[in-house]
Design a protein around this ligand. Structure first.
Ligand code: SME
Length: 151
């Protein structure tokens, strides 16, 4: 996967319009198209004490996720990347899509702390690797550097 190219593509989109809705919308489309074997790619944004669904590609999903629930909530609460090989073995996993088997969630930081998380799912067990973690961290860095994260 050429994550540097994806990161630069998103940086270019951001240079045109840096609002979080346009950037996250196009970023979810780019990630969903470019990453093989992905069933859902999108964002949950921090809103009034829980994570609210943001721009995404894939099947309809849960609207609100409490800060301490599921893989997304754990990434938020622990402020760390969650790379889950088999979501069915993850305590508290929220099964928005019963076909999902593995997942990676990365926190996105604004001035006030975590403002959103990037969530990518796959129907394959063990789909996400260290390479994906490193590559997606480059993409998150672009969000943190050039998106207006006043959500
Ligand atoms: N499975 C996630 C919920 C969001 S959906 O996968 C889109 C979780 O446990 O946080």
């Amino acid at each position: 996967m050429n994550y540097s190219m994806i990161a630069e593509q998103i940086r270019a989109l951001c240079a045109v319009e840096n609002g979080w809705v346009p950037v996250f919308s196009n970023a979810s489309a780019v990630l969903f198209q470019e990453m093989p074997d992905v069933s859902w790619a999108g964002f949950y944004v921090e809103k009034n004490g829980s994570l609210l669904i943001g721009p995404f590609q894939g099947k309809m999903a849960c609207i609100r996720i409490p800060h301490d629930k599921g893989v997304c909530g754990s990434a938020y609460a622990k402020d760390t990347v969650m790379l889950v090989r088999n979501v069915h073995e993850f305590p508290g996993h929220i099964a928005c899509d019963a076909a999902s088997n593995s997942e990676i969630v990365l926190p996105i930081h604004g001035k006030t702390g975590i403002v959103a998380v990037l969530d990518i799912d796959s129907t394959s067990i063990g789909r996400f690797t260290e390479e994906d973690r490193e590559g997606l961290l480059q993409v998150v860095k672009v969000f943190e550097e050039c998106v207006d994260l006043n959500i």
